[in-house]
Design a binder for this molecule. Structure first.
Ligand SMILES: [Zn+2]
Ligand SMILES: [Zn+2]
Length: 155
C-alpha cells in the first residue's frame, strides 16, 4: 500500500468536493474525468494521487483531443497540475506513480504508431488512422480507454 501517502482517497474526494462544488466527485470502478457531466470518478481504494490527476484534467479544461500525442501531453499536464496542488491536500504525488501511469500511455502510443508491415514509426493521419512514411502502409487504430477524454471527429 502507499505508505508515504497521508491521505485516503475517499477523504480526499470529500475535501475536493467541498473545494470544487462545480464538479461531482463519485466513487467508481476506475479513475476518470468526464468533461460533459463534469464528473471526477475515483476508485475508493486507489492512489489519491490519481484523484488529483483527474482533478488536474478538470482544472485544465481538458475536453477533446485529435491526435494521440495530444492526449499524452494532456496526461503529462494533468500530472503537473496534480503535483502543484498536492501539498495543499496532504497528498504525495510521487515521481514513481507519475512514471508508471505515463508509461501506460507511452506503451499505448508506441503500439498504435508502429507500422504493422515494417515496424517503422508511423504518423497519425486522422483520429483513427496512422500512415507509415517508410512503406506507405496505412492502418486503423481503435478507440482506447483513456481518462475519459473523448475524441471528436471533424464533421
Ligand atoms: Zn489522465
Ligand atoms: Zn511501414
Amino acid at each position: 500500500m502507499a505508505a508515504t501517502t497521508t491521505q485516503s482517497t475517499p477523504l480526499l474526494a470529500n475535501q475536493l468536493q467541498a473545494a470544487y462544488p462545480e464538479y461531482t466527485f463519485t466513487a467508481s470502478e476506475r479513475f476518470s474525468w468526464n468533461p460533459v457531466s463534469k464528473t471526477v470518478s475515483y476508485q475508493a481504494d486507489g492512489d489519491p494521487a490519481r484523484l488529483l490527476h483527474e482533478l488536474g484534467h478538470a482544472l485544465l479544461g481538458h475536453h477533446v483531443y485529435r491526435r494521440d500525442v495530444e492526449l499524452v501531453k494532456m496526461e503529462s499536464d494533468a500530472w503537473q497540475k496534480a503535483s502543484e496542488i498536492a501539498a495543499e491536500y496532504a497528498t504525495n504525488v510521487s515521481e514513481a506513480s507519475i512514471e508508471e501511469h505515463m508509461d501506460t500511455y507511452r506503451d499505448w502510443l508506441h503500439a498504435r504508431s508502429t507500422c504493422p508491415s515494417c515496424e517503422a514509426n508511423g504518423i497519425q493521419s486522422d483520429v483513427d488512422h496512422y500512415r507509415c512514411l517508410e512503406c506507405e502502409t496505412t492502418w486503423r487504430v481503435n478507440e482506447a480507454r483513456t481518462c475519459g477524454l473523448k475524441r471528436y471527429i471533424d464533421q
